[in-house]
Ligand binder design. Structure first.
Ligand SMILES: *Cc1c(COP(=O)(O)O)cnc(C)c1O
Length: 478
């Protein structure tokens, strides 16, 4: 057993598996029952005896990878989880080996500096002023600086951003609790983590008012003003308006500039949920989808979705850093004492106390591809979605939900909602293609999230061929 040797074994096994997957050899998904799997993996024996290294490690990894879902396989089109850049997986190893919980600077100066730089890069892409590096001279002429923090996932990031909104809208909440008249305005198509955040913040899910939307579920800015005025007349205080960039089910972008105009006029916090779609900001061709985002107050941006970064790394960004600094006010003097410190403590801005070096993974992905490489990846996936939709529309008995704006495509074969669910079940059981389903616009759709840079239009053709066979088999049974 030796660390370097075992890393070599692990890397060889992982890369061989990835290359097989990229070559479409073997299934993308294969779900052995949990009942026998613990035994196949030899878990009890290894826990009792130890010694996981050398050939035992080889054997364990072989069984482990056999029962792992292969995101690198071009048939992986199911969920909004990155197909990580292999180089960025190295960052996860570095992070785990050094184990620097960098929320306080002294526990990870390099990790904190990398996170600070990644956040500033994101702030710049959003059109906000990057934060001056502590100890450096503040930039002249720059307005109020933005700020941010990386958290363990977009759901936690949404909660954190809304917490910052609460600190501004109802600053006494931290001491006295959340006022009962706060409401949150969000389109029906928003991610469920928004309702969860409302419930966790003590507003209750009922405090989420659905923003008016158009026929495709995009927030309608014209009717938004009327709703906000009505809520205020009824004695409610809007905590924030949430806009999707893009929505989870259909991948559509709300018209941010127009929504921001309404919010700014009424002095209401605008939060942009860009967990999936904010990465379009990296692409000169696609950043217009978020036109006006610089007028928002906060945004979340998951790197582990469209920035080829392994789970998890989600940014909370605010236009004015002071809003995030006020989000969690609590006395933890052993950590927060006024010390003459050389760096920055992120701990004031997070739910987490111990926090992983999340910036390193994003940085490795960016530094492997470079900004233009990342933009090319995003353009490719967004273009593939458009080609896929055009191909699907040309098929008999196929309905496409909406023209894609991102790398998400929803479609269905003629028939009931139950048929779509049965089609997916059979597809996943077969294992050559892996897709999801989603409910939107009152129907159940088959849904593609085209995350994989190795997925080609021919894979989607193959998928449709397979779906049609499944459907014919179902009909033959009747
Ligand atoms: C994925 C997603 C989330 C949740 O992010 P996690 O990182 O999975 O917690 C929130 N909002 C939107 C719009 C998303 O697409």
């Amino acid at each position: 057993m030796g660390f370097v040797e075992d890393c070599g074994r692990a890397a060889a096994a992982l890369e061989a598996q990835r290359l097989r997957a990229v070559a479409r050899s073997g299934p993308v998904i294969h779900q052995p029952p949990m009942a026998g799997l613990a035994e196949t993996l030899g878990l009890d024996r290894l826990i009792a005896e130890g010694g996981l290294g050398g050939e035992r490690l080889d054997a364990f990894l072989s069984a482990y990878l056999e029962a792992s879902t292969r995101l690198h396989h071009p048939g992986y089109m199911a969920h909004q989880v990155a197909v990580p850049h292999p180089q960025s997986s190295i960052a996860a190893l570095v992070g785990a080996y050094t184990n620097n919980p960098m929320a306080i600077y002294e526990m990870g100066p390099a990790a904190a500096t990398v996170e600070y730089a990644v956040l500033n890069w994101m702030l710049g892409k959003t059109g906000w002023t990057p934060s001056p590096v502590p100890g450096s001279l503040p930039e002249r002429g720059g307005g109020r600086a933005g700020g941010g923090v990386l958290t363990h996932g977009g759901s936690l990031a949404n909660l954190t951003a809304l917490q910052a909104a609460r600190a501004r809208v109802a600053p006494k909440s931290w001491e006295e609790g959340t006022p009962a008249n706060l409401v949150l305005v969000a389109p029906k198509a928003c991610h469920y983590s928004i309702a969860r955040a409302a419930a966790m913040m003590g507003l209750g899910q009922k405090a989420v008012s659905h923003a008016p939307s158009d026929a495709e579920g995009r927030l309608d800015p014209e009717k938004l003003g009327t709703l906000l005025a009505r809520l205020r007349n009824e004695g409610h205080v809007p905590l924030a308006v949430v806009a999707n960039a893009c929505s989870t089910a259909l991948g559509l972008y709300d018209p941010i500039r127009d929504v921001a105009a309404v919010c700014n006029e009424l002095g209401i916090w605008l939060h942009v949920d860009g967990a999936h779609g904010a990465s379009a900001l990296v692409s000169p061709r696609h950043r217009g989808l978020l036109d006006g985002v610089e007028l928002a107050d906060s945004m979340v941006w998951d790197a582990h979705k469209m920035l080829r970064t392994p789970c998890l790394s989600a940014a909370v960004l605010v236009r004015d850093a002071r809003d995030l600094d006020r989000a969690f006010r609590e006395d933890a003097s052993y950590l927060f004492h006024d010390k003459d410190q050389p760096g920055f403590d992120f701990i004031h801005r997070t739910v987490e106390c111990t926090k992983a070096a999340l910036g390193l993974k994003v940085f490795f992905a960016l530094a492997a591809e470079g900004e233009s490489g990342m933009a090319a990846y995003i353009d490719r996936q967004f273009d593939l979605a458009k080609s896929a939709a055009a191909f699907l529309r040309a098929q008999p008995d196929v309905e496409v939900a909406v023209e894609p704006q991102s790398n998400i495509v929803c479609f269905r074969l003629a028939g009931s909602d139950a048929l779509q669910i049965e089609l997916r079940r059979r597809l996943v059981e077969d294992g050559r293609y892996y897709i999801s389903t989603a409910e939107a616009l009152g129907k159940r759709w088959l849904r593609l999230a085209l995350m994989n840079p190795a997925t080609e239009l021919s894979d989607i053709e193959g998928l449709v061929h397979e779906l049609v066979s499944c459907r014919d088999a179902i009909h033959a049974l009747r």
